[in-house]
Design a binder for this molecule. Structure first.
Ligand code: NAP
Length: 252
């Protein structure tokens, strides 16, 4: 049994990750921005009132752990607000960068300072293939600057944390969990691509992500992966070629 922390577990992928980890017999802590949703997976210990857009989130998570040391941290919370060149949003960009690429630094800092990351342990950042600069093409087009930019920044943060935490035995890995049928994709109108884009339920993506995490070794530190392979990555074949493996290592 491992002791796990899922950050951002109220719904979507995060909620399903807590269920899969419990099914597999692990002890699970899960942060929630407000109150735990009903029903909350049995046995999962909620850490409520954690807003990653606030500076105190990392400190409050450490307080909520009451000294429990962790084998696995999954930073799942994310925000996706649509933008075009005609209507970018300063406030939305600030929110996306805070939650997606700034909060993980401060979470890692507080866990590190409190010595709550076991040696060896795993620190997983759920980013997205959308955070890969290499996979952005003219055919796909531009836009959604804060979304892509904050996820690319999160990939950079993960790479740097991998170096900083190497001597502590913490493997830091970035993952694209797959194209999922969640509130996030529906809210930006991506539900029109569910069929053509191979979107799956978050429960299915959670299971494949956890199976991948079990197989991660220290050699994976500072790398970026799509556990479900290229099938739901729109520009994968155009950029990387045909017959790509699963799991697929992604380019920055
Ligand atoms: N869906 C996809 O196709 C897809 C593809 C690639 C990557 N991803 C990534 O996978 C992760 C999960 O996505 P999802 O589709 O499950 O999204 P979702 O259904 O929209 O859920 C987002 C989660 O993040 C939490 N969150 C948002 N802002 C927060 C904040 N300020 N403080 C604390 N928690 C906050 C939400 O909590 P509240 O309930 O409090 O808002 C919720 O638990 C994200 O990082 C996303 O970028 C998703």
């Amino acid at each position: 049994m491992s002791i796990c922390l899922v950050v951002g577990a109220s719904r979507g992928l995060g909620f399903e990750l807590t269920k899969v980890l419990r099914e597999d017999g692990h002890k699970v802590f899960a942060t929630i921005r407000s109150e735990p949703p009903e029903p909350f997976p049995k046995g999962v210990v909620p850490i409520p009132d954690i807003d990653l857009a606030h500076e105190d989130a990392g400190r409050k998570i450490v307080e909520g752990l009451h000294g429990t040391r962790l084998d696995l941290v999954i930073v799942n919370a994310g925000v996706f607000k649509k933008e075009t060149l005609d209507s970018p949003s300063f406030a939305d960009e600030v929110e996306m960068y805070k939650v997606v690429s700034i909060a993980p630094v401060f979470l890692a800092h507080h866990l590190y300072q409190a010595d709550l990351l076991i040696n060896p342990s795993k620190f997983i950042l759920v980013t997205t293939e959308g955070g890969s600069i290499t996979l952005r093409t003219r055919e796909e087009g531009g836009g959604n600057y804060g979304h892509h930019g904050s996820k690319a920044a999160a990939n950079m943060v993960g790479k740097l944390l991998a170096h900083d935490l190497y001597d502590r035995g913490v493997t830091v890995t970035m993952v694209h969990p797959g194209f999922m049928k969640t509130d996030m994709t529906k809210a930006v109108g991506f539900d029109q691509f569910y069929e053509s884009g191979g979107a799956v339920e978050p429960s299915e993506a959670a299971r494949s992500l956890i199976e991948f995490i079990y197989r991660i070794t220290p050699e994976h530190t500072g790398t970026f992966w799509a556990p479900r392979g290229p099938g739901d990555i729109g520009e994968a074949e155009r950029v990387l070629g045909k017959y790509l493996p699963r799991p697929l290592q992604l380019p920055w």
